[in-house]
Every structure is written in C-alpha cells, then in structure tokens.
Design a protein around this ligand. Structure first.
Ligand code: PMP
Ligand code: GLU
Length: 391
C-alpha cells in the first residue's frame, strides 16, 4: 500500500481527549478511577434547552438547516449576545458563522487567514489543540513561553520577542485552559498594542467567558479600540451551558474573513446540526440564571480543592481566576509530568492530564478538571495525600 499522510501521522493525539477516553474506559471496565482529565461539566444540559431540541426534531428540523452557516434566529441571538455581553457589534447576516463545536471555529479562523509558512504565536502553557491546528492549517506554531514563576503573565515584550516578518496572527484564550488565568486589562492592552504594531490578526477564544470567579468580569479583545477589524472571536455553548456533546460553536469577525470561514465550513462539515441550532437559540435567549449557579459551584470546588492541595506537603497549587482546571505542581518529585500523571493513575486511580501536553512551560504540572462532583474531588484529595510520598 502507498504511504498514508505524513502530516496526520506526525500530529500528536489530543492528550485531553485521550486521557479522558482512557479514564472512561477504565471506569467502564470496573476500575475505581476518578476522572479529572477532560473538561466536561458534570451538570446536565438545562432541560428547557433539551426540550427545544426535541420540539425542533418533532417540527422537522432534521434536514439541512437554511442557511447552512446558521439559521437566522440563531445568528440574531448570537449577535445580541455579542452586543450585550461582549460589546462586540456585528451584523448577524455577514459577521458570524456557526460550526459544530468551537473547536471547528478555531480551525476555520486559522484556515481563513493563513498561507503556507505564516507564523502564529500562541501563549504557553497552551491548550493542547492550538499548535496542531496551526500546523494543519498550513501555519508554523510559535510558542510565547509564559513562566510559571511569574504566574504566566503576558507582557508586550514577551510577545515582541517572537515577532518576525512572517508573524500573521496570535491565538489567545481567556479564561485560560489550562492555567485558569483570566487576563487583566494590562495584559489585553499588551496584546492589542503588539497586534496593532505588528499588524496581526488575533484569534480570541472566549469559550470559558462565563466561568470567571470572585465577581470578575470577562473582557473581550474585539471590543478594544482598533481591534474589531483584526480579531476573530470564538465562542460556543459547551462549557457555560453544559452542552459539550451538542457540538455548537461560532466564529465572529470581519465579514470578509467570516465569508472565507463559511466557505470552508460548507466544503467540509456543511453545517452544525439543525436541531442543535434550535437548542442554541433556546440557550441564548432563555433564562441565564443557571450559569451563575454552575459558576458558583465551580468556585466552591476551586476553594476546597486549592486549599486541600496546598495543605499537602509536596503539592503546590495556585488558585485560579476562571475556567475549571487546576494546574498543580509536585515540587519534591523527580518525575516528569508524564510519569507523574501515570503514577497518579496507576497508584491512586486519578486521571489527570500531564502538563507537558500543554507545552514545555507546563512541565512539572498536572491538570485536574474540577468540573467534577465535590465528592470525587474529596476522594481524590484523600488519595493524593497517600500517594504523594511515592511520587
Ligand atoms: N477552546 C478551549 C480552550 C477549550 O478548552 C475547548 C474545549 N474543548 C474548546 C475551545 C472547544 O470546545 P467545543 O469544541 O466543545 O466547543
Ligand atoms: N477542552 C476540554 C479539555 O481541555 C475538552 C477536551 C478537548 O476538546 O480537548 O479537556
């Protein structure tokens, strides 16, 4: 047989998905594994959203949607949401495309702007899928390493140090997966300053937007002066609405780029699912109070877990400002993060994602998802207490 794709062959598997799958398989085989791997809310999708999907299916929303890039009521709902929550003012007819999951919107954004050899900056620790997506879209991923000792702070100089004549874009994520950082206004200013100075596109991934703690407010880059025309904002329903399995995301940006993304959507996946679009309208236009309830619950779990982990000799865990991942270190251990994650799974039945999966500056860390029931977090802490001396 002839050789298969080197491009895909060389691509790493998604570590977050792989560890989450492994944990579920072990659980299904009867092992007592506490799954702190994947970022999937333990809450069910609110019932009014599911009911809207059932009704849509009964009413015949089982064909291709029209238009394929999003039914008009959903494009309107997204435009209103962006206006009210984000201060981003868009034309629903031309400035948004709906995709199956925000992940595909991220890929479309890259595909729409990159030519071969273009460099894309990403902030490291980075969510596992950014560098492979950049490569797949024909670009060259360039890490801006943010030091753990400096709480992963972004500065204009750290960004500038990686700019070359080939730099096309910067990918960012606030609140951040995996660090739990919420970017400050000063950090957003630094990004905007460098983007304007070096004429970069910015891909702003706001999927954890609603999950910010201690009364913080999420800030959108595209709402800053001069940024709307160069920023592609990505969002979706997976995290805030507990809808990971529905596959619903969107890309918002300048009409000319959205048109390219919609063309690529049409030539690959065609569209998101029709009845999922109807559910998304119900999600965005219906009651929003449950989001605060979920957020408060994640915050309470954070408070418990950060305190409990820091009370263990040999574990260091910074508190987080948003999203639902903790990123502890094990300073007394000689193991690297892959060995640490293996040891936690083998010796304590705890599935976490090795920090190295998030790039070199994630080494030494393991990511634990706290979108997990409190009882499981308590069991995990008890097991970590026992296993730490062996790590
Ligand atoms: N961005 C980040 C940083 C994420 O963690 C996720 C979670 N999978 C996504 C985007 C995409 O989510 P989805 O495809 O489920 O909308
Ligand atoms: N984004 C989540 C995570 O980081 C879900 C898995 C994935 O899509 O990578 O765990």
């Amino acid at each position: 047989m002839k050789e298969t794709s080197r491009r895909i062959g060389n691509l790493p598997v998604s570590a977050t998905l792989a560890v989450a799958d492994k944990a579920k398989a072990l659980q299904a085989a009867g092992h007592d594994v506490i799954a702190l791997a994947g970022g999937d809310p333990d809450f069910d999708t609110p019932s009014h959203i599911s009911e809207a999907a059932f009704a849509a299916i009964r009413n015949g929303a089982t064909h291709y949607p029209a238009p394929m890039k999003g039914i008009p009521s959903l494009l309107e709902a997204i435009a209103n949401k962006m206006d009210q929550d984000n201060g981003i003012h868009i034309n629903p007819k031309s400035d948004v495309v709906v995709t199956p999951g925000a992940k595909w919107s991220l890929f479309l954004a890259l595909a729409a702007i990159l030519n071969p050899g273009d460099e894309v900056l990403y902030l490291e620790p980075v969510w596992v899928s950014y560098p492979p997506m950049i490569t797949l879209a024909g670009g060259i991923p360039v890490a801006v390493s943010l030091p753990s000792e400096d709480n992963f702070t972004i500065t204009a100089d750290r960004l500038r140090a990686k700019i070359t004549p080939n730099t096309k874009a910067l990918m960012m994520n606030t609140p951040s997966n995996p660090t739990g950082r919420v970017l400050t206004q000063a950090e957003l200013d630094a990004i905007a300053e460098v983007a304007l100075e070096a004429d970069l596109y910015v891909i702003a991934d706001e999927i954890y937007e609603k999950l910010v703690f201690d009364g913080r407010k999420h800030l959108s880059l595209a709402a800053m002066p001069g940024m709307a025309e160069r920023t592609l904002t990505i969002n979706g329903l997976s995290k805030a609405y507990a809808m990971t399995g529905w596959r619903m995301g969107w890309l918002v940006g300048p009409a000319s780029i959205v048109k390219m993304a919609a063309k690529m959507n049409g030539q690959t996946v065609s569209s998101a699912a029709n009845f999922t679009m109807h559910a998304a309208v119900a999600a965005l236009t219906g009651p929003q109070d449950f989001i605060g309830v979920m957020r408060d619950s994640y915050q309470a779990r954070r408070d418990y877990m950060v305190n409990a982990l820091n009370a263990i000799d040999g574990v260091e865990c910074r508190s987080i400002e948003g999203a639902f991942y903790l990123f502890p270190r094990f300073p007394n251990s000689k193991k690297n993060s892959l060995e640490l994650a293996d040891a936690l799974l083998d010796q304590a039945g705890i599935a976490g994602v090795p920090g190295i999966a998030f790039g070199a500056s994630g080494e030494g860390h393991v990511r634990f998802s706290i979108a997990t029931a409190m009882a499981d977090l308590e069991r995990a802490v008890a097991r970590i207490v026992d296993v730490v001396p062996n790590l």
